[in-house]
Every structure is written in C-alpha cells, then in structure tokens.
Design a protein around this ligand. Sequence first.
Ligand SMILES: [Zn+2]
Length: 355
Amino acid sequence: MQSVFDGHNDVLLRLWHHSHEGTDPVAEFRDGISTGHIDAPRARAGGLAGGLCAIYIPSGHLVFAEPDRNGHYATPLAEPLERPPSLDIALEMAAIALRLDRAGAWKLCRSTAEIRDCMDKGIFAAVLHMEGCEAIDADLAALETFYAAGLRSLGPVWSRNNVFAHGVPFAFPSSPDTGPGLTEAGFALVRECNRLGIVIDLAHITEKGFWDVAKTSDQPLVASHSNAHALTPVARNLTDKQLDAIKESRGIVGLNYATAMLRADGRSDANTPIDAMVRHVDHMVERVGIDCVGLGSDFDGATIPADIGDAAGNQKLIAALRNVGYGEADLAKLCRENWLRILASAWGESRAPRA
Ligand SMILES: [Zn+2]
C-alpha cells in the first residue's frame, strides 16, 4: 500500500459543523462516523497518512447555479465576508485542530520530519491550511498568530473576493481568466508568506492572480486541488499554460476528486468512473512531469466518485494508476514525495532560517 499525503481536505469544516450540533470533534475523528470522508479509522484503511487540513469560512448564502440543458452553468462569486465573524470561525476551527493534536487523535505537523515520523507511527499527520484569508486583515497581524498556532499553508482567496485577491467563480465552461488578481495587500501577503515559510496555494484564484503570485513568490507554484482545464473546462481548473508554469517552477498540482472538475461534461455526479481521475493524472503528468503532480482529494468538501466513496477507498485510485502502468517509484512521488518536497521547500528546511 502506498501511503498518501494529500494536498487538500475539509475535515475541519465537517468537525466544526458537527461541533455546533453538540458532537465532540476528538471522538468523531478518533473513533469514526458513517458520514463524510475522513476520520482516523477510514484514513488508516485507505492509507491516507495525512494532509493539508483547511480552515474555511462557509459562504452561507451561496446557491450553486443549475446547469442549463447543455450542462452549462455560471454561479456568481459568493459575497465577500465580514472579518469579525470570519475570524471567530477560523479561531474555532484552529482550536479543533489543536484539540485533536493535544488529545493525540492526530498530530499537527510543522516539519516534514514530523510528517514522516507520523507515517512511521500510523498517526494522521495534519498540516494546518487556510482556504481564503478572510480571517486575516490587510495588516497581516493575525497571520503571525495563526502561524504560531501551526498554520503552514494558505490560499489567499476562495471563490469570492477579499482584501487580498479575486477568486474564480464556479462556472462551466469558462476560462479561469475571470477578473483581476492580487491586490496590493495580496502582494504583501505573498511576500510575508515567503518570509515566514508558508505555502501559497493557487486553487480558487483567478488566472491573473496566478500570474501575480508567479512573478512575486520565491517558491515553487502550488495548486493544491485543481485539475486539467484541457479535459474539464471549468473555471477552477488549470490551463496548459498554467501547468507549464508549475512545471517551470518545480511546483505541484494536486488531483481534485470533485466530479465536477473531473468529468468532460462538468457535472457534479458521484456516478463518475475512477478512469476520469486517471485521465487527469495522465494529462497532468504528461504536461508537468511525474515530479510535479500530487493528490488533492477535497475529501469532506466535494462530491467525489462513488467508487472511491471516502478515505477508505483511496487505494482504489492508486490501484487504477498501477493498472495503467505507473510503477511504485512513480506512485510514491504522486502519493506523497512530491508534496513533501514542496513543503520542505516552502518551510525553508533546505535553507538557513531567515532573519
Ligand atoms: Zn476548494
């Protein structure tokens, strides 16, 4: 079995929702439940050794547009969020991550050595990520605080605009070039992430924002959960030109299991064969090489193929890749080694600490 370190999940969002209904997040993750995608027993069963766990502020009023008879849809961007409730929610999700760590239900990792140690011991290796920085103000003061709490990766923007950047809407078919990119505060955020050693994730940002980060960041480009626009022309997926830039920077693109981003017809439908996932991996590997593709499941955040089901079914994807000819050394890169290289780079493990 290939151990997987995955680039994106929303388990903290599920645990947060459930905690407001009175459940204990530690027990839910440690003992497992029957809904959702990730908990410790199912992660163990599927070889999911760890991943980037997102703090994400829900857009409560967002209604996804119904596809027309051609299957085309264009959901408008979610409304921007106010900072005070966003900060409260982000603190609550960070608190859940810290409670799970304290209780030994998972380990909140801050180095790749810690992640590898967790893999050896069979403890879920969580890395704290923020998907959209509404909880951080333009002065970046809260960034220091979240960093101290373990934040080691962030996407400046989700699919809504904020003080740092413009997000890409959920639309099919659509180019990712849907509006402006980083704001002045966004450029400052990128530079500060470089300085602190925080991954900058380009999922959900406009194409313009992608290029803004590319010309500003001193780190490899990262799109944690995005697929190939050439196969599924949804605004969230990456064009071949963007994939080329990821290759050039020795970055990473993580395969998103969301069916709406896998299917040629752009529909969200659990009845989607694992083959669709393999096709996207093939295209991306062909475009960026075996060293720059990883997994970014979007577990607990998307409608995924029923044949995978949840984290316990993760090895079915690996088996399908093996079937079409990927060898164990290549699978090790796709499943974890590429992500660990990216994290080591962003976290400054291979360079002297900065002043
Ligand atoms: Zn996402």
